[in-house]
Design a protein around this ligand. Structure first.
Ligand code: HEC
Ligand code: HEC
Length: 205
């Protein structure tokens, strides 16, 4: 910047001395200055917008029934028109149900059981209470999943990794039975999460 300022100063001086066409010089300097300012200001504004745009797409997945049915505060829900889990199950001390009614007594580790209609995937368990998203606006949801005190101590990068790898998230794309899968491809979802993080993980108000 110092060299740039010196250049402007020099232009002014030579103009004052009547040695060069001042207005052309000032015009060039002004244009250069405008470009410099825009290149500093625009990407930031643009990034925030890109981030919020990506977040909208991310939120549309997080708020899908396949995810919300497990990200509840008290008990899991079932179905596309969510109803209470039948039979009734509770969280239990480790998010895997009470003794005798463990998630694993019915939910397989490998795959959905199409005969009994019980969905299954590795590590089937209830989302911890701090990860309950029921009733949250898109902005509140955004702040919740970013908050390391609530999200299992994850950095934004670790969130991208989680949505890329987690078996329960993958299940939501092949949920079995009549359950609706997430409508956009999994890799597109991961790309939106990645874009949201790369552009500063901004949250709407
Ligand atoms: C069967 C229950 C279940 C389903 C279905 C489920 N989750 Fe989760 N989710 C969990 C559990 C359990 C954890 C905590 C895992 C941990 O901390 O290691 C979790 C953690 C997360 C986290 C990281 C913590 C946080 O709050 O940021 C994200 C992100 C997440 N889930 C997204 C999803 C998305 C997106 C879907 C749907 C596509 C989904 N989950 C479906 C049970 C579920
Ligand atoms: C006694 C058996 C049984 C136990 C125990 C059980 N479930 Fe289920 N669960 C089912 C059945 C059956 C379904 C499918 C019902 C249907 O879709 O008609 C189901 C469906 C679900 C769904 C719905 C998926 C969707 O989006 O529709 C979630 C979430 C779920 N269970 C979570 C849990 C969690 C978490 C635990 C442990 C705390 C658990 N279940 C314990 C039998 C059980």
């Amino acid at each position: 910047m110092a060299a740039f300022q010196a250049k402007i100063y020099e232009l002014f001086r030579s103009a004052a001395a009547g040695k060069s066409p001042f207005w052309i010089g000032a015009g060039v300097a002004g244009a250069a200055f405008a470009v410099a300012v825009l290149s500093i200001v625009l990407p930031r504004g643009g990034d925030r917008e890109a981030s919020l745009g990506a977040w909208d797409r991310v939120a549309s997945v997080l708020q899908h029934r396949r995810c919300l049915n497990c990200h509840q505060s008290n008990e899991p829900l079932q179905g596309d028109n969510p109803r209470r889990h039948t039979p009734r199950v509770v969280r239990g001390h480790d998010n895997q149900g009470a003794p005798g009614m463990r998630c694993s007594s019915c939910h397989g580790e490998q795959r959905n059981n199409e005969a009994s209609r019980v969905p299954g995937a590795a590590h089937w368990k209830f989302a911890p209470r701090s990860m309950s998203w029921a009733g949250l606006s898109a902005g509140a949801l955004c702040r919740t999943i970013k908050d390391p005190a609530k999200n299992g101590g994850r950095s934004p990068r670790a969130l991208v990794k989680h949505v890329e790898d987690d078996s329960l998230i993958h299940w939501a794309w092949a949920p079995g039975g009549e359950r609706k899968p997430i409508p956009i491809p999994h890799y597109v979802f991961v790309e939106f999460v990645d874009e949201w993080v790369r552009t500063g993980a901004h949250c709407p108000d």
